[in-house]
Design a protein around this ligand. Structure first.
Ligand code: MN
Length: 201
């Protein structure tokens, strides 16, 4: 008898319409990034995990425990893209960060402007494909962390708060060679309520 394995990991539905982030992220980029790239990571992870020792684990557990390799890479990208797509809001609905987050950012970086500048600089200086994260460590310190490939600071015990996708697929169609413009524009669609909700209690 042939049994069909349940597909454990699923592609989350976007929390906004596909054109909602224009012009920062075009509907075409969003459709490709979410519907093609993210979907491929989900499908790859299901295929790789099926029949392995990782069956039944949360993506977060795989990111913590799996050795470097395809399972870890795809689990990382599933975790990363979940965080990425859920952290945006249409620019028309943008709200400034709450006081708790502003205080933490001021304390660790000096000001919101310095923080944004350092995130953008980290993204601009990342060579190759990867991510830049605002993360918080177990001592409650905010840090800007550069990760190659599908990396996430979660792997080293930190909690990711805000992620910049530095793979070309996230910006190239809309910005061609001007990725700095893309990174700058992202600040106008960050959903700070979501970011603040990721802070540990
Ligand atoms: Mn991506």
């Amino acid at each position: 008898m042939i049994t069909t394995k349940m597909m454990t990991y699923t592609l989350p539905v976007l929390p906004y319409p596909a054109d909602a982030l224009e012009p920062v992220i075009s509907a075409e980029t969003l459709a490709n990034h979410h519907g093609k790239h993210f979907a491929a990571y989900v499908n790859n992870l299901n295929r790789l995990v099926s029949g392995s020792e990782y069956v039944g684990l949360l993506v977060e557990e795989i990111v913590r425990e799996a050795p470097d390799g395809p399972i870890y890479n795809n689990a990382g990208q599933v975790m990363n893209h979940r965080l990425y797509f859920e952290q945006f809001i249409p620019a028309s609905q943008y709200k400034a960060p709450g006081q708790r987050l502003i205080n933490a950012i001021n304390y660790h970086f000096g000001s919101m402007e310095i923080f944004k500048q350092q995130m953008t600089e980290a993204a601009m200086s990342l060579f190759g494909s990867g991510w830049v994260w605002l993360a918080i460590d177990t001592e409650g310190r905010l840090q800007i962390v550069k990760e190659m490939g599908g990396g996430n600071p979660w792997r080293r015990g930190m909690t990711p708060l805000l992620g910049i996708d530095c793979w070309e697929h996230s910006w190239y169609l809309d910005y061609a060679f001007d990725k700095a413009a893309h990174y700058d524009a992202l600040w106008s669609i960050v959903n700070w309520d979501v970011i603040e909700g990721r802070l540990p209690m």
